[in-house]
Design a protein around this ligand. Structure first.
Ligand code: NG6
Ligand code: CA
Length: 516
């Protein structure tokens, strides 16, 4: 089980096998940089590495996502930074690892803004470059000042304060109150005579809860999710009021996709950046009736079909305005897959042969690869040569890569962990990154370098029993040879003490912010 690290250092250079990129050393031309393409990030929620057709799942049809991959680059070695939503989103937008900053764990629905107004983000960079910037969908990065958002008036500390010109949000997750949309600084369709109250500490018992009134539920919890009932679903947190503003889960994909399409329509004549964060496929999975039964896998599979429909609507809009050669579209996910995430929706029972994490071990929350190695597709017709890209890529580098693409600079300290990897993103050169750090929900860090994966030791249960996901926790150091053991089955740490020591030191350096 020994493998010499030095001997594999060059393995990153991809063989010219059919469908895999081979590089004729190219950098991005000035011409390319001047193009200022529109940039769209379609950010899925909880979509796993094996959850779309083009990542080898023949068990589920995702024709639009597959077509996008066919027209562009399908990355096999791309990572979000964390195995849950808030930290992944924080890191991607700011270019700073969430684990460096307190208060970036899974946010409550009443959390204050986690990214301080004025902070450098992907949106501020692109706005400086002359882009119109918009965010539509799941936010989950807090809103309002430290005392909390004013749900009944003007909301401060929103995406509009960190570089976005337009925002249409669900504040946190679809299983957390408040269950309302927020457009720019206001709750949509709020009746001022029926003000919203939100609490995560003291029960507000004006409306029935899932705990006391299970007979009112159309979707039952398997764990948690038994507080205020909205649209027949028990949520995390309590709320009252805002009746006219409450969302209907089954219409959510339609609602946000139409806002995303409108944003593109309105900005089609100038460069735009759209961060479209879908609600699919996070629980509660309540896709629109027209997707019901389409996957044969119950609500989780149907939500994936709905997700793919949203991807298709964005693609159609870009095609309709002849923008395919002017638009870089990225599809990726905030963390790995989970089946039962708190609602009884037969995700486990109806799974069949489908493998949400593909060949990877673990899933959402986990330190194993299933937690953070994600679907990542990049298309830009005429600029990105279609194929498969096995280069190491991390969402943390999108900020600096977009800055390079649009000729913008920023102070290194403002986005300390983001380094441009533009040529790898566009498939023109090997990755400029030779390691990535992964962050599990319990805070545990792992590092991948030269196809070795090291997980730091520490306490914690091995199985998150509620969700039935292996955590990746162990009290001893873990080392996996991903080249031969992508499923992280064989811990070879004791056979390779030098590699363990090298990776431990590298991880410590990164933790201490020294640029290695
Ligand atoms: C967990 C929730 C889970 C989900 C997750 C956040 C319980 C028992 N579990 O705490 O259902 O909401 O937080 O998911 O409440 S994420 O994709 O937004 O990170
Ligand atoms: Ca998620």
């Amino acid at each position: 089980m020994k493998r010499n690290m030095k001997s594999i250092e060059n393995i990153n250079v991809i063989a010219g096998t059919l469908g895999i990129l081979s590089f004729v050393s190219q950098s991005c031309t000035d011409q390319e940089k001047k193009v200022r393409p529109n940039i769209i990030i379609i950010y899925a929620d909880d979509v796993g590495y094996g959850d779309v057709g083009c990542y080898s799942s023949n068990t589920l049809l995702t024709p639009n996502t597959d077509l996008l991959a066919y027209r562009g680059l399908r990355f096999t070695n791309a990572y979000c930074t964390s195995a849950s939503s808030t930290p992944s989103r924080y890191s991607m937008l700011t270019g700073e690892y969430a684990w460096r900053k307190k208060g970036t764990g899974i946010a409550r629905g009443d959390a204050p803004a986690i990214i301080t107004p004025g902070r450098t983000t992907i949106a501020t960079i692109l706005k400086k470059a002359g882009y119109s910037t918009g965010v539509v969908g799941k936010w989950h990065l807090g809103l309002g000042p430290s005392e909390g958002a004013n749900w009944n008036g003007e909301i401060s500390h929103t995406p509009l304060d960190i570089g976005f010109d337009y925002s249409f949000l669900i504040p946190a997750t679809n299983d957390r109150v408040p269950c309302v949309y927020i457009e720019n600084r206001r709750v949509v369709r709020l009746d001022p005579t029926d003000p919203i109250k939100v609490s995560y500490t003291e029960p507000i018992l004006v409306e029935p809860t899932g705990k006391d009134h299970p007979e009112l539920l159309k979707m039952h919890p398997s764990h948690g999710h038994d507080m205020t009932i909205v649209n027949g679903v028990g949520r995390i947190g309590w709320m009252s009021g805002g009746k006219s503003a409450l969302w209907v889960d089954e219409d959510m994909a339609d609602t946000i996709t139409s806002r995303a399409v409108k944003f593109i329509e309105n900005n089609r004549n100038n460069p735009f950046f759209l961060y479209f964060a879908t609600i699919d496929i996070h629980a509660p999975r309540l896709p629109h009736k027209r997707f019901e039964g389409k996957s044969g896998m119950g609500p989780r599979g149907d939500a994936l079909v709905e997700f793919d429909w949203s991807v298709g609507e964005i693609m159609k809009t870009i095609d309709r305005f002849n923008l395919t050669e002017k638009t870089l579209i990225i599809v990726t996910s905030d963390n790995g897959p989970v089946l039962d995430d708190g609602y009884i929706d037969q995700a486990v029972e109806l799974l069949g042969n489908h493998k949400p994490a593909g060949k990877l071990r673990g899933g959402k929350y986990s330190a194993f690869e299933g937690g953070t190695r994600v679907v990542f597709i990049a298309t830009w017709q005429g600029k990105i040569t279609p194929g498969r890209n096995d280069e190491l890529f991390s969402q943390i580098d999108l900020l600096a890569s977009f800055a390079e693409l649009t000729g913008q600079s920023f102070n290194a300290g403002d986005a300390p962990d983001s380094h441009s990897n533009l040529t790898a993103l566009l498939g023109k050169a090997p990755s400029s990154r030779n390691w990535v750090v992964e962050h599990a929900v319990n805070g545990r860090l792992s590092i991948v370098k030269d196809n070795w994966k090291y997980i730091e030791p520490g306490p914690g249960e091995k199985l998150y029993t509620n969700v039935n996901i292996e955590s990746g926790n162990d009290t001893v150091p873990q080392l996996y040879d991903l080249r031969t053991d992508i499923g992280e089955k064989y811990n070879v740490a004791t056979d390779n003490p030098l590699i363990v020591s090298e990776l431990t030191q590298l991880l410590n350096k990164i933790k201490n912010s020294e640029t290695p």
